[in-house]
Ligand binder design. Structure first.
Ligand SMILES: Cc1cc2nc3c(=O)[nH]c(=O)nc-3n(C[C@H](O)[C@H](O)[C@H](O)COP(=O)(O)OP(=O)(O)OC[C@H]3O[C@@H](n4cnc5c(N)ncnc54)[C@H](O)[C@@H]3O)c2cc1C
Length: 624
């Protein structure tokens, strides 16, 4: 963690002083805003937490509820979301507090006595090497708290405006503030104007309706109950995740929760004849159904912390912004929808919260880059195209998962265990792959680094930081901001030699008038504030002469021009983790891996592909 860059600051480095013009108490809603976020679920809070790092952007997040969530809905945190939390700075807290899903067990009816269940298989939950973060279970309400802390600790001192409901929303593109929102704030009706509005207002979204979009889909008419309980039981696997199929009493998905005692039980109930019928289902029914499925094991509920019943359904909108398909060439989006406002699915694949956070993590840096005048507004079109495809993929997967879970025991469908193993990358949140666009290159040079798949998230590995000898994950270099990162993997020649490919690349990036760093960075900004380059060398650290390595890898930053010692890396030889081998990097040629602010690989280029580098960034970064 880097701090004191602009002078010594005592106290916790996580807490920033308020920026100029920002108060500890933000007061009532102003009449004009840059960004109005509606809804403080996981989607809204992910976005607000990102924007809170930019006090020059006037953001507010409104929520109709009285205060923060205390008990909550979703609980599964995928490996991918954990990687994202690391950039926000609270992954360690989640690791400490959450339940780690290490193993998933499968139970089935005992053939010789079908009224009883027996263990069928044990499977490691996340395959080795898939991510440097585990699969975690933690109450959605606690994740909310952590985002709220990020906002409170930021220089914006952003807070959620509770008891504040959006009543209606209109768009007038002629206006400098095209959004007109009518809001009820603590009982008073107000008009707020904003440059952008983001509807994170859940499945009943008013924002979605205001932009004329519809959730279209199906309902399976299958009721599922969910309860968070403190049980007394002799079921041996109670502290493991389990998928339990009984002969004819239904199915259970059991997920242990944080704290060592609480468990979440999803229990399959009846087929419903009509929508809303699930309202009549009681907690006692859920407990009774669970007892039957657990037989011959006992299952007594000592306390129920939270419970709910819902129907499985899948729905999605055709686009996640206000611009009709045939007007994309002529106008830019000003209203976006995210999370449950534009896609809903069953809870059992554990994706609701994860995909919702993924939506706004995708949108946040784009909005900030446009509002801080670093990027062209056309960048905003990529939000809908990228995330609608992800949501559609989730719904397709979820359809299959719901069918497999509800299939009768012994039917011909693929087994639950096989489906679970096959879908491992998906449920870890790691199957997302953005398609070629202005942000994602084609696979022309993929063979230079086969393990960094273009369009997929940057797959971190441990590396040795040369400046201080610490072993770190390479993706720890990525924080929540708008920076583009160039990971330059050197060829095997001497990097201190001014004729080496890496030296020449660094010299070009720092000094050439054509360099994208020179073209897109203001003279008043730190040299790495738009595009930040990291050097990863094949040699052992002690064979590198730090002083003789290219100067752009040791930039002088902040108000005192202090040297940055965290941009030069070698493989982690000590633990036999060679990033060049692990990620299939061509050692003879090296390469540049271009990574987006939200940790996805945008492109891979040869070390001397200067023109392609210029063209790539010129598509969306403004000349400054
Ligand atoms: C009852 C319930 C149980 C669930 N259980 C599970 C589960 O067990 N496992 C799982 O993975 N997922 C579950 N989910 C789904 C999961 O919680 C969601 O996928 C996830 O929360 C979506 O996040 P979001 O931010 O898009 O929307 P939400 O979390 O729905 O947040 C939307 C927010 O917007 C606010 N809002 C709405 N309208 C307005 C308005 N007009 N003005 C101001 N504020 C507004 C709402 O009060 C809410 O706080 C459940 C959802 C519900 C509703």
């Amino acid at each position: 963690m880097q701090f004191h860059i602009n002078g010594f600051q005592g106290g916790s480095p996580k807490i920033s002083l308020p920026a100029e013009g920002r108060e500890l108490n933000q007061g009532l809603l102003p009449e004009e805003l840059d960004v109005l976020i509606i809804g403080s679920g996981p989607a809204g809070l992910t976005l607000a937490a990102q924007l809170s790092h930019y006090p020059s952007i006037n953001t507010r997040i409104i929520e109709q509820k009285e205060g923060p969530m205390i008990l909550g809905q979703a609980d599964g945190v995928s490996c991918r979301s954990m990687e994202m939390f690391q950039a926000f700075g609270f992954a360690e807290e989640v690791l400490k507090e959450g339940y780690w899903v290490n193993e998933t067990n499968f139970w089935k009816p005992n053939k010789s006595n079908p009224n009883e269940i027996i263990r069928d298989a044990r499977v490691q939950d996340v395959k080795d090497g898939l991510s440097w973060m585990p699969h975690i279970v933690l109450n959605q309400a606690r994740i909310h708290d952590m985002y709220i802390d990020v906002m409170k600790n930021s220089s914006s001192k952003l807070e959620v405006d509770y008891k504040c409901s959006l009543l209606s929303l209109e768009i007038n593109l002629e206006d400098k503030y095209p959004i007109k929102a009518i809001v009820e704030e603590k009982g008073r009706i107000k008009t707020i104007k904003a440059k952008y509005a983001v509807g994170c207002d859940g499945a009943g979204s008013i924002v979605r309706k205001a932009i004329g979009r519809e959730l279209k889909g199906d309902r399976e008419g299958q009721a599922w109950g969910v309860m968070d309980v403190l049980p007394s039981t002799n079921f041996p696997d109670i502290r493991f995740k389990n998928i339990i199929k009984s002969a004819d009493s239904g199915n259970i998905l059991l997920i242990p929760r944080e704290g060592g005692h609480l468990v979440r039980i999803y229990v399959e109930l009846d087929k419903l004849k009509q929508r809303g019928e699930s309202k009549n289902i009681t907690l006692d029914r859920l407990i009774e159904a669970s007892k039957k499925i657990f037989h011959p094991y006992t299952f007594d509920v000592k306390e129920t912390a939270w419970w709910s019943v819902y129907e499985v359904g899948h729905s999605i909108t055709d686009k996640f912004d206000d611009v009709p398909e045939d007007e994309i060439e002529n106008r830019f989006p000003h209203v976006f929808i995210a999370g449950d406002a534009c896609h809903t699915h069953s809870a059992k694949a554990g994706q609701g919260m994860n995909v919702s956070m993924g939506d706004t993590f995708n949108l946040g840096w784009k909005l900030i880059s446009v509002l801080t005048e670093k990027c062209d507004e056309k960048l905003l079109h990529t939000y809908s195209s990228e995330r609608q495809a992800v949501a559609q993929g989730l719904i397709d997967y979820d359809h299959k998962w719901a069918r497999v879970m509800s299939a009768p025991v012994g039917s011909n469908t693929v087994s639950v265990k096989d489906h679970f193993i096959e879908g491992g990358t998906f449920t870890a949140g790691l199957s997302v792959q953005y398609q070629p666009s202005i942000l994602t290159g084609k696979t022309t040079y993929q063979n230079l680094a086969s393990g960094f798949e273009i369009g997929k998230r940057f797959h971190s590995t441990p590396v040795h930081r040369v400046g201080d000898g610490k072993i770190v994950e390479l993706s720890e270099t990525i924080k929540v901001d708008t920076k583009w990162r160039l990971y330059a993997f050197a060829d095997f020649s001497n990097p201190m030699d001014e004729n080496s490919a890496i030296y020449r690349l660094c010299d070009y990036l720092e000094n050439s008038p054509q360099s994208p760093i020179v073209k897109h960075t203001l003279k008043s900004e730190d040299i790495d504030s738009v595009i930040s380059i990291y050097g990863i060398f094949q040699q052992r650290a002690h064979n590198l002469t730090f002083e003789e390595l290219p100067s752009i890898l040791k930039p002088l930053i902040g108000k005192y021009g202090l040297k940055d010692y965290e941009k030069i890396y070698t493989p982690d030889f000590k633990n036999d983790n060679n990033i060049f081998d692990m990620r299939g990097i061509n050692k003879e040629k090296g390469c540049i891996v271009i990574v987006r602010p939200d940790q996805y690989v945008s492109n891979i280029l040869p070390l001397d592909a200067y023109e392609e580098l210029e063209k790539f960034f010129a598509e969306f970064l403004l000349k400054r």
